[in-house]
Design a protein around this ligand. Structure first.
Ligand SMILES: [Zn+2]
Length: 282
């Protein structure tokens, strides 16, 4: 364990660092961005999404840990029962585009429609309005985050600009967004699909990063996919990381909306006239 440096007080009392587990439920649509329709070898692997999601939900329940599920709207529409199960287990349900098409290739109006359609579909299933959005493939443009703001969302998980949340004001006249920084290094796809590394290698990579972030008082946002990390061995990499974080005793394992709410509250005084965002994040 690295030790010695005094961590800044970024997190709720008793916590030295934060860990956000996010799961992107892409269905076939994520792979379809990379693969031709004829590549059934790759595309068929996404059929494992539900099996993987159930394994992960059971694991999270065993640890009594809440996470954030970013759902492709079309996948949610095809299998609302799975969305409902995650929601009933206490996990956050957030947007992950309608069909995983890249937003940077759409007009502003197409993006707006994509957000609205996904938001409505998720809200119709859970009865709760989602407050966060992760862009498919992290392919966004200058309009994307202004639209998220326009629709009253509280957080995005798109910009890998550091190890702490940042306040984003694409439109300075609107309420702020909190960016929770993702990283290719924290994307299971890079460990278990592009390269088939061992779960032990992934665990050790993430554990070493978590040690440094804990020492510095920062945040780790993992991006995982049920058809990848929900497989037997990879699911153990996640389980071991959660166990490690719990055993540390001072790592706040929280949903993205909880972290965004905390960050906004903590920076309320520095936001000047934008001092009433309770309606946005509650
Ligand atoms: Zn995705």
């Amino acid at each position: 364990m690295i030790s010695g440096r005094e961590s800044t007080r970024n997190w709720p009392s008793g916590y030295r660092a934060a860990l956000c587990l996010s799961f992107d439920v892409d269905g076939i649509y994520g792979e379809a961005n990379y693969q031709p329709a004829s590549n059934t070898y790759a595309l068929s692997q996404t059929e494992y999404d539900e099996t993987g999601a159930i394994r992960l939900l059971e694991m999270l329940a065993d640890f009594d840990v809440r996470s954030t599920f970013c759902w492709v709207g079309k996948v949610a529409e095809e299998n609302p029962a799975l969305v409902h199960r995650a929601f009933e287990d206490g996990h956050e349900i957030a947007l992950h585009t309608w069909d995983h098409r890249y937003l940077d290739q759409m007009s502003d109006d197409e993006q707006r429609l994509d957000f609205r359609r996904t938001l409505k579909t998720l809200r119709d299933i859970t009865g709760e309005t989602p407050t966060g959005h992760k862009t498919g493939g992290w392919r966004y443009n200058t309009a994307t985050h202004a639209i998220a703001q326009e629709l009253g969302l509280a957080w995005i998980m798109d910009i890998p600009n550091g190890d702490l949340p940042t306040i984003q004001l694409p439109d300075p006249k609107r309420l702020p967004l909190v960016n929770l920084p993702p990283a290719a290094h924290y994307d299971d796809y890079n460990f278990f699909v592009d390269k088939m590394l061992t779960p032990q290698a992934a665990f050790e990579f993430w554990r070493d990063d978590l040690d440094v972030l804990r020492d510095e008082g920062k945040l780790m946002c993992l991006t995982m996919h049920p058809f990848v990390s929900g497989r037997p061995g990879p699911s153990r990499a996640i389980a071991r990381l959660i166990e490690y974080a719990i055993d540390a005793g001072d790592i706040w394992i929280a949903r993205a909306d909880e972290i965004a709410r905390w960050w906004l509250e903590r920076h309320r005084s520095s936001l000047g006239s934008l001092n009433d965002f309770d309606d946005q994040v509650d």
